[in-house]
Ligand binder design. Structure first.
Ligand code: HEC
Length: 152
């Protein structure tokens, strides 16, 4: 009985480790502006993604991008294209690549921050040193949110 309980515990621990397996920022290889694989294997949650996108300590997307869906929030910038209808212009793999590392997709000169990269950042606030702006799951959540932005 004791053995069975132990074995069961080990199986549980192993599956938890599997579930927690994430693709680290340094292991992401964006191919031709797209990254098809989920970073976590856990489907993105568009509601959490909207919150992470709006959070000024995280995505802070609307500081540069107009987003009609976020017109309840103040301080929209217009330095970048509107994200309205972005799901009609890019597929999921392309949106994931843009959110992970905009520099890889648009070129180093873009001023959109790379959200899931640690190496090669020019200016890193102390708060962000050694960690990406968004966690792997937040990237998945933001991508799920972007996929809801379709033109009617
Ligand atoms: C500091 C400004 C800035 C922030 C913050 C920012 N972006 Fe961007 N983004 C840009 C710029 C500029 C471009 C245009 C690409 C270029 O540089 O040529 C862009 C392009 C994009 C595009 C492609 C849009 C299109 O229609 O071609 C997507 C999608 C995108 N950003 C998503 C996001 C998301 C999601 C966030 C928040 C998690 C975000 N951006 C935060 C500046 C920003």
């Amino acid at each position: 009985m004791k053995f069975l309980a132990l074995a069961g515990g080990a199986i549980l621990a192993a599956s938890a480790a599997l579930a927690a397996q994430e693709i680290a920022p340094g292991d992401v290889r964006i191919d031709d502006g797209a990254y098809a694989q989920s970073l976590t294997g856990v489907p993105g949650d568009p509601v959490a993604g909207r919150a992470a996108a709006a959070d000024r300590g995280k995505g802070n997307c609307m500081t540069c991008h107009p987003i009609t869906d976020m017109s309840d929030l103040p301080f929209h910038g217009d330095l970048a294209p509107t994200l309205d209808g972005v799901a009609d212009r890019y597929n999921e793999a392309e949106l994931r690549a843009i959110v992970i590392n905009s520099k890889e997709v648009f070129g180093e000169q873009t001023f959109m921050p790379a959200m899931y990269r640690i190496e090669g950042l020019n200016i890193v606030g102390k708060k962000y040193e050694g960690q990406p702006i968004l966690t792997a799951q937040e990237v998945e959540d933001v991508v799920a949110y972007l996929l809801t932005l379709k033109e009617e």
